[in-house]
Write a protein that binds this ligand. Structure first.
Ligand code: ATP
Length: 235
């Protein structure tokens, strides 16, 4: 059974659907990447899964229907790193991490997790008392990931984590995501325009095109498909 099973997902804004029936699965511990051009519906997919916008269709977590209420989605084990980070600029780094643990009441464990993520992302440890709004873009992205991890998700949704970051920072971030996936078994569903980098991390890839899944396969299959390669990988 899949950890996340999505079938016929439709969502949009107002009366206009942006997603026209998406099917996708993520297994426990798997890294799945969704590629797609601007406007394909990648962010809309993430927001629909997180319960941030209305949607129709089937979304199951461990075989049971997933709540459409954001706080229940988090409590169920799915956490979103939103596009544009979404950190709370007027709160300190430390308080942002505490907000990420709002679904939990195990105080001592929460403090232990804060220490852990401050070691994994050393810059957050060094800047724990600093307002999140004064962090650099790369630092804010690290904070956004650490904050999402504070709910101890089994599935982390990452919406374009590389956006606006210097290549060296992106590499560091992706290496950290890979390490978390390996050590904790946290499954990752990542939407990215940086196709090459994301595919290095992926077990499986989906291609989203104007609100539908146009292709699915392994990174090797994607790289050997001429049409996909020229349209999305640029070589
Ligand atoms: P990008 O890579 O540019 O972020 P995306 O694949 O994430 O693109 P979405 O943000 O999901 O695409 O947008 C898909 C479509 O939905 C676009 O045509 C966009 O204009 C539309 N859309 C997104 N947000 C809204 C909104 N709040 N109200 C109305 N339409 C929206």
């Amino acid at each position: 059974m899949s950890l996340l099973h999505v079938e016929g997902l439709r969502a949009g804004y107002g009366s206009a659907d942006v997603l026209h029936g998406i099917d996708l699965d993520v297994d426990a511990g798997e890294v799945v990447v969704v590629l797609g051009a601007n406007g394909a519906g990648k962010t809309t997919t993430m927001r629909a899964l997180a319960g941030l916008i209305g949607r129709r269709g089937t979304i199951e977590l461990d075989g049971s229907p997933l709540s459409s209420r954001p706080e229940r989605v988090v409590a169920g084990g799915i956490s979103l790193v939103p596009q544009g980070r979404g950190t709370l600029g007027q709160l300190t780094v430390l308080d942002n991490l505490r907000v990420g643990a709002a679904s939990r009441d195990d105080k001592a464990e929460i403090e232990a997790d804060i220490e852990r993520w401050a070691e994994v992302f050393p810059v957050l440890g060094r800047r724990s008392a600093q307002l999140a709004g004064s962090l650099s873009g790369g630092e804010q992205q690290m904070l956004a990931v650490a904050r999402a991890l504070m709910s101890r998700p089994r599935l982390l949704l990452c919406d374009e984590p590389s956006l606006g970051l210097a290549p060296i920072v992106v590499q560091e971030l992706f290496a950290t995501l890979a390490r978390i996936n390996e050590t904790d078994g946290t499954a990752l569903l990542i939407v990215e325009q940086n196709a090459e980098l994301a595919m290095d991390l992926a077990d499986r890839v989906y291609l989203l095109d104007v609100g539908t899944i146009a292709a699915a396969g392994t990174p090797a299959e994607f790289r050997s498909d001429d049409a996909v390669r020229s349209a999305y990988l640029g070589y």
